[in-house]
Design a protein around this ligand. Structure first.
Ligand SMILES: Nc1ccn([C@@H]2O[C@H](COP(=O)(O)OP(=O)(O)OP(=O)(O)O)[C@@H](O)[C@H]2O)c(=O)n1
Ligand SMILES: [Mg+2]
Length: 404
């Protein structure tokens, strides 16, 4: 099979392949970029594999960076662009079911491809767009099948994260997982414990944001992979609930977690604990915290301008993502418009600040200044005072008397 019109990302990379070939080695586009081109979806990175050893690659090009030279990866810089070039390799030692530290460089493309995870990821493409398919990758793409390359058990023992990748791709592409592949995950699910939580987290997020998350979740549940994810051991019922929702898609990880916690009736504290166990950033944790709060408030009735102000537009939209899936969504335009109409979006937009108050009221710096400002901020957000210096200074006197 030959792809006629290669996406633009390949155009500039062609010269790199040519140069490697001129030096007497083989070079191909491999992995995700070939898969995504065949699927006609946008690609993010173009990976190149070659029979040249890293030192040989470095001799061919003027400017290179040793990105991951021990694993065979060299970055070539050409006309301001970076290309990752990896030597064909077989991963010879497998300790702990993680990607091995030691790799063995080989000269044969076939050796390289047969150690890749899934048939749809084990496709290579040459300069002319001719696809090299040694493991039914093309027919699996055609038939929408996720299948491990060769013996699935071996692939998962080489790198247990591949089990998460498998369910992630089932969701991302809305493909069916082939039976032997699925069975191998079922028997080896426990190996996931060996994998760094951060890596599992990335795959989980991609699973939730796929074309058909329920397809991935179904496999995640059935194979018991979930039992080896942090604090998910007892989440069978909750995952089942997600499966019983009408089919859905999600745009953001924040929306995904919010849906998950809301559906599972998590307290803020338990949600934060689970997110920590998943090694989430503090940013993500505090965003989910706010978003969950909004979703719960919406249960009680329309939000006040103050609630919207405190949440910020992003959290309002994340909450709406989850709400939409639960049949309670609003139009994004309406939410955005309401937010945009708030008189101010943050404290700094208030027409006066602390120093103004200290000067005008003749008071000492301290928490009292903050209290007055907080009250004025609230009044402005709620439309009770207009955000004008004169008006706010006047109102400050009344607030001061009231608080004293
Ligand atoms: N655990 C893994 C990770 C990657 N690969 C191989 O390395 C390629 C590139 O890996 P990566 O960029 O992580 O994944 P992609 O398949 O490109 O998917 P994505 O769209 O997420 O980049 C994959 O296609 C696959 O051939 C593998 O065999 N086993
Ligand atoms: Mg990739």
């Amino acid at each position: 099979m030959r792809i006629q019109n290669l996406p633009t990302q390949f155009q500039s990379a062609k010269i790199i392949l040519q140069r490697i070939q001129q030096a007497g080695f083989e070079a191909y586009f491999v992995g995700g970029c070939v898969r995504d081109t065949l699927l006609n979806v946008p690609l993010h990175d173009v990976d190149i594999a070659t029979s040249a050893y890293p030192q040989e690659v470095k001799q061919i090009f003027k400017k290179t960076i040793d990105t991951g030279i021990e694993h065979g990866t060299v970055t070539v810089m050409d006309h301001g662009r970076a290309y990752e070039i990896t030597t064909f390799r077989t991963e010879s030692t497998y300790q702990d079911f993680r990607r091995p530290d030691k790799v063995e460089f080989v000269r044969s493309l076939a050796e390289d491809l047969k150690r890749r995870d899934l048939t749809i990821n084990a496709l290579a493409m040459n300069l002319n767009g001719t696809v090299i398919d040694m493991f039914t990758g093309l027919s699996d793409l055609q038939n929408k099948v996720i299948r491990a390359v060769g013996n699935p058990k071996e692939r998962y023992h080489e790198d247990a994260l591949r089990m998460m990748r498998t369910v992630r791709f089932a969701s991302k592409l809305d493909f069916k997982i082939e039976e032997r592949t699925l069975a191998a995950i079922q028997t080896n699910a426990k190996l996931l414990e060996k994998i760094a939580v951060e890596r599992i987290h990335v795959e989980w997020a991609k699973l939730m944001l796929g074309k058909n998350p329920q397809r991935g979740l179904n496999a995640f549940l059935k194979t018991k992979l979930y039992q080896f994810c942090p604090l998910f051991f007892d989440k069978e019922k909750l995952l089942q609930k997600l499966l019983e929702l009408p089919s859905f898609t999600l745009e953001t990880e924040e929306g995904a977690w919010t849906l998950f916690f809301f559906l599972g009736n998590f307290s803020d504290r338990r949600a934060a604990k689970l997110l920590k166990a998943w090694k989430s950033s503090n940013d993500l944790i505090s965003t989910i915290y706010k978003t969950l709060h909004i979703l719960r408030l919406e249960e009680e009735g329309p939000l006040s301008a103050w609630d919207e102000y405190l949440a910020g537009l992003n959290c309002l939209l994340y909450a709406n993502e989850a709400a939409s899936i639960l049949g309670k969504g609003q139009s994004i335009a309406a939410i955005t418009q309401r937010y945009m109409q708030l008189p101010i979006k943050n404290k700094h937009e208030l027409a006066i600040n602390g120093s103004d108050l200290i000067r005008f009221l003749g008071i000492k710096p301290g928490p009292f200044v903050g209290q007055i400002l907080d009250q004025l901020e609230r009044n402005v957000v709620l439309g009770e005072l207009s955000n004008e210096r004169k008006i706010l200074l006047q109102a400050a006197v009344a607030v001061q008397n009231h608080l004293e």
